[in-house]
Ligand binder design. Structure first.
Ligand code: DOR
Ligand code: ZN
Ligand code: ZN
Length: 408
């Protein structure tokens, strides 16, 4: 595939026009003018001078498959991803059954084959029953071991410190749901075992400070922020009965001062990645019982582009957070950036299309968005996966997604 007339942002924040040639799914050349003759009989896509970004790598999604497929499944979740410019996602283990044995992991993998519209990888789950002996068997098969240090959706809380330590020691990388003081507990385990740690969805200023201190000590600790903790506050949640139900998630939305601190860390590089924590529940569930979690893959990129428009973050920095860094941290071979040698995963964006987030065009089975009040900073027109169009102006092509190599 030859993608002509792409506006791309260089690391020094300059914007230039380039053509991008993709062969066998890989970017082989990025130059000012690549003649059609060089592309042989390649498909030509004209980006028409619009912004072209690397495909988003979303390190944190709950696609609910198997067992919770009334909320989302591999097909709908990956289509929603494609629409949002996400070309790779990592799926969390709190499905039904939870992914806490090698057999269950292999089952989940088998069920996903041929159903994904973008590329994907999986987490393995640490269990309170102590499944640490299973973890070495998952080496090279998963992005990381995920451990819940606080109660959340699913029954995956691990409290016993000895079990936690064994889970750490047997893992190559541990991702945690940890809030408040639990962040410090997780960092302590990283320090004690030397095993790299990924802190999911940091939201409190104090948590970010713990991450900062850990990094200053030279510990291998990484931090993630979510779009909902960057764009919404406790005030939005407390507005009325409806928002109290729908904007309920874990960690909860925070005060303005925390949100400001988080933005600063996102800009400065203390925060490494933005993951959506795409956690769909149906409208019926959100209104009839207490459920934590909000969908996100469809709108994360379009929302974050408003921050670029407002000068809150630069495009090169955003691309690091959304693509380069997650690919690097989780060892996602071939993913992570617009560079020769990387996968041909591209998103063409119309920066002039800045309407409201549409609540009536949702692809996710959940059928709603927490961002209905907010504006888009652009629109994803086209998503390209390894040199094939998978989404273009409302139409889907595929499914061409495959599981990608994960881990170091
Ligand atoms: O709000 C949340 N929802 N937080 C989590 O940690 C889990 C997630 C879910 O799976 O629903
Ligand atoms: Zn979580
Ligand atoms: Zn999550």
């Amino acid at each position: 595939m030859l993608v002509k007339n792409c506006k791309i942002a260089l690391s020094d924040n300059r914007e230039v026009l380039r053509d991008i040639l993709i062969e066998d799914g890989m970017i082989v050349k990025i130059e000012a003018q690549i003649p059609l003759t060089e592309s042989g009989k390649a498909e030509v896509v004209d980006a028409g001078g619009k912004l072209v970004l690397p495909g988003v790598v979303d390190p944190h999604t709950h696609m609910r498959d198997p067992g919770l497929t009334h909320k989302e499944d591999f097909t709908t979740g990956s289509m929603a991803a494609a629409k949002g410019g996400v070309t790779t996602f990592l799926d969390m283990p709190n499905t039904l059954p939870p992914v806490i044995t090698l057999d269950l992991l292999l089952d989940k993998k088998k069920k996903a084959v041929g159903r994904a519209w973008v590329d994907y990888g999986f987490y393995f789950g640490g269990a309170k029953s102590d499944n640490s002996a299973e973890i070495p068997k998952t080496r090279g098969l998963v992005a990381a071991t995920k451990v819940f240090l606080n109660v959340s959706t699913g029954d995956m809380l691990v409290e016993d410190l000895d079990i936690l330590e064994r889970i750490f020691r047997n893992s190559e990388l541990v991702a945690v749901h940890a809030e408040g003081e639990m962040v410090d507990r997780a960092i302590g385990l990283c320090e004690k075992t030397g095993v790299p740690l990924y802190l999911c969805h940091l939201s409190l200023a104090s948590e970010v400070k713990s991450l900062e201190a850990a990094k200053a000590k030279g510990l291998p600790v990484y931090g993630e922020a979510t779009p909902h903790h960057l764009f919404l506050t406790r005030e939005d949640m407390e507005e009325n009965e409806h928002t109290r139900q729908f904007l309920r998630m874990k960690p909860e939305l925070k005060e303005k001062s925390d949100v400001e601190y988080l933005w600063r860390a996102v800009r400065s590089g203390v925060i490494d990645t933005i993951g959506t924590d795409h956690a769909p529940h149906t409208i019926e569930e959100k209104t009839s019982k207490l459920t934590s979690g909000v969908p996100g893959v469809e709108h994360s990129l379009e929302l974050l582009l408003t921050a670029v428009g407002e000068g809150k973050i630069t495009l090169p920095r955003l691309m690091q957070l959304l693509s380069e860094k997650p690919a690097e941290i989780f060892g996602l071979g071939g993913k992570g950036g617009l560079k020769e040698g990387k996968h041909g995963d591209l998103v063409i964006v119309d920066q002039t299309d800045r309407g409201p987030v549409e609540e009536d065009k949702i692809i996710s089975k959940s059928g709603w968005t927490p961002y209905g009040k907010l504006k888009r900073g652009g629109r994803v027109l086209t998503t390209i996966l390894r040199g094939r169009v998978v989404y273009d102006r409302g139409k889907f092509y595929g499914p061409y997604g495959v599981e990608i190599a994960c881990g170091k």
